[in-house]
Design a protein around this ligand. Sequence first.
Ligand code: PLP
Length: 420
Amino acid sequence: MSHLFYQGHGRKPVLDQARGVYMWDTDGKRYLDGSSGAMVCNIGHSNANVLAAMREQMECATFGYRLHFETEASERLAAKTVEKMPPGLNKVFFVSGGSEAIESAMKLARQYAVSTGRGSRWKVISRSPSYHGCTLGALAVTGYRSLTAPFAPMMREMPKVPAPRAYLDGRDPEDPATGRHYADMLEDLILMEGEDSVLAFLLEPVGGASTGALVPPAGYMERIREICDRHGVLLIMDEVMTGAGRTGAFLGCEHWNIRPDIVVLSKGFAAGYAPLGGIVAPDWMVAPVLDQGGFAHGFTYAGNPLACAAGAAVLDEIDAQGLVENAALMGARLKARLHALAQKHEIIGDVRGKGLLLAFEFMADPVTKRPLPKELRAFDRFVQIAYDNGLIVYSRRTRDGVEGDHILVCPPLIVGDTHL
Ligand code: PLP
């Protein structure tokens, strides 16, 4: 009997070894890690250079409290992170995961507003569906009813705009009018809520678990930036899943060349080698907060030296192996194969994504986009069949957590043609 209850009543195989793109259970069965865990293990498992860097750090110091010491590892990771950011984003705050990072981004934005005389602004608009984490603050900006509903009385839910799911709404994603249509919903909502109450807009550049690798329609991202500028709203880019090269650029937002005000990182940042997340913000936002007594926020494990040493070594590996470029190259090949699969199986109603953040969605009818009957539990069954055949994929309900089935196909960025 297990004392854990991560996965309800179900039992999973017990993990024994993981190397590169493969994992083995204690029965010796091999699995291809087709989802990098939960889109985490971007550089693959058991990378020798990362393990060596972690070992070296462990032999020096495993913990130094952030209010007592800086560490070389956290300084080095901060410098490497800033190098990879759009110009102007030069201040880094480390945490231990994605939800903590989202909380930190929202609190920094709020404290900046308070420090600069804009204390009326507190609402963080996000999208529905979306997933930004499971702590109560991150849930308040998550648009995924089955996850948020039980906790609604315990949190102050934030306003949501529809995610730009052109494929479901019968709109052409290549037509700039489509991008304008969805972006303008943000402007309408800002005006409806009252511009002076809106602090920030939070989004993933390419949707992750909630929308299944949703790529925004033409013109959407650029117009979002314009709207935020026009109304003094900060733009927070949740790069927890898209960051660290996953979409074929270091940050997902680079595909549209737009400038976020805060970047949120986790998952591929330390690629599963240690719990790590972080936010990156510009000096103009951080300085007023520090001038007025400092950021009233921080976790005990923030800037943990072992996690930072792992993160810095992971970024080194991404560069040394050209993994961002490989994600773009292999992603295009894998997407072509998923399209070929969709040609053969009409149950696959949509294929989407960027780089190695790819997904396909099951539908009863690819023309009307009608989802499969929920009782079929298509994704559960697909995942089980994949598992039985030694392939790990990641699945979710597509339509606000109640119906629809998509499968994310997101192998480590080290994949080659044989793995595809
Ligand atoms: N933001 C996005 C886009 C995510 O995909 C996730 C996790 O899946 C989170 C935030 C929360 O991260 P964590 O599970 O590390 O708390």
